[in-house]
Design a protein. Structure first.
Length: 398
């Protein structure tokens, strides 16, 4: 690689980098204008020129790059990527050996030492997501590392970064053989149809694996279940397999109906016995109140931010009011699965939203259990934003 560009860190940010914080922002750097090209190797130094870390420049959300090593003697070359990916695979050895699951994350960005990069595994196929043009410049190294380490069927990529002001969620087949479309994968014995070459999202969110299993194994039996923001109906499938009497899946996207029908079908569930509704969730809540509908389980997993013709939803601002609407249509002693993937707040603040929502609704509750990211979504303590998932199982008491 080219010679590293030295970037001077403002004094107020030095402590956090020394403590292990891996993402640097524009505000943290005095001379960021010295970097002209994404993918450039950079070295962070303090105002006394003491080495803080080496990484790369890549525009991602509010960040401008990632520290990859704090060892001044470690270079970012082929062996660096080989070692990082090898350790990541060893950490997930039990997943590779599992017989009931063949879809999981094998590399989780900064949690495995390379911010801006994730790699998912789907029954022999790898899907690489590049979150900046900067990390994309290391594509050859990373593809070579995968080739060196393991036999695979094929590799796909998702380019999730802006080029010349246009944000692309592009994807493409890279190498090997092409996957079936759909490809049927397993998760704790549940089947899911995924599409590796059909947009940024393949059809199932792997980070909710533990929650789906818990719903199927312990919570769904005998319950009337409402799954809001249902996407392809993965929670509904888990609930149906767990013995739910009925499931109702609600999502605004037109594709959600056909995708949910498909997920039921690959699990040999009669989709006609389930209710699948294409509608704004906020409208559905009003409809449910008007018709006096009640559910024994309500699953609430909205995106961090969403916009429809009549509503704009921000998890940090609006989750409390959304949860209050869910409380109203939940039966006494019913279960609410409250979930958020918003990275701007943690579990304690999320519990504050829950408490406020129940106060506003004039109801009492009990928290039964909590979930974060599953083991394969490895995180580091120094970067709290990376540990984004918060799921709370709540029992409505009154």
């Amino acid at each position: 690689m080219n010679k590293a560009i030295r970037l001077k860190v403002k004094s107020g940010y030095v402590k956090s980098f020394k403590a292990g914080y891996p993402l640097f922002t524009e505000d943290a750097i005095i001379n960021l204008k010295d970097v002209k090209t994404e993918g450039s190797i950079i070295e962070l130094v303090d105002e006394r020129q003491q080495f803080l870390g080496r990484g790369y420049y890549g525009k991602q959300n509010k960040g401008r790059g990632w520290i990859l090593t704090r060892n001044q003697q470690e270079w970012i070359d082929q062996s660096f990527f080989d070692n990082k990916i090898k350790r990541a695979f060893e950490y997930r050895e039990s997943f590779f050996k599992a017989t009931d699951t063949n879809a999981f994350r094998v590399f989780n960005g900064e949690g495995d030492g390379i911010g801006g990069l994730t790699i998912d595994f789907y029954d022999g196929f790898f899907v690489i997501s590049w979150y900046s043009e900067g990390i994309y410049q290391f594509k050859k190294f990373i593809i070579q590392s995968l080739t060196n380490l393991v036999k695979f069927k094929g590799i796909y990529e998702k380019k999730r970064f802006a080029v010349k002001g246009t944000y692309i969620e592009d994807d493409d087949f890279v190498v090997g053989e092409e996957a079936n479309s759909p490809l049927i994968v397993k998760e704790n014995g549940i089947h899911f149809a995924v599409y590796l070459n059909d947009g940024a999202m393949v059809g199932v969110f792997l980070d909710q694996r533990d929650v789906r299993k818990k719903i199927r194994d312990e919570y769904a039996e005998g319950k009337k279940v409402l799954n809001t923001f249902s996407y392809t109906g993965a929670f509904s499938v888990a609930a149906a397999l767990g013995g739910a009497t009925t499931t109702t899946s609600v999502d605004l996207a037109n594709r959600s109906r056909s995708k949910t029908i498909e997920q039921f079908s690959v699990n040999s569930i009669d989709f006609e016995s389930q209710e699948i509704i294409v509608e704004d969730v906020f409208h559905y809540f009003k409809y449910a109140v008007r018709k006096q509908l009640k559910f024994e389980m309500v699953i609430l997993d909205p995106p961090s931010f969403a916009r429809s013709k009549k509503h704009t939803f921000s998890a940090e601002k609006d989750y409390t009011d959304l949860l209050e609407k869910a409380i109203i249509i939940t039966e006494r002693n019913g279960i609410i699965v409250a979930s958020s993937n918003c990275s701007t707040f943690g579990m304690n603040k999320f519990k504050g939203f829950i408490d406020k929502a129940f106060q506003q609704a004039g109801e009492k509750y009990k928290i039964l259990e909590e979930f974060g990211l599953p083991k394969d979504f490895k995180t580091v303590r120094e970067y709290k934003e990376g540990n984004y998932l918060k799921v709370v199982m709540i029992k409505k008491l009154t």
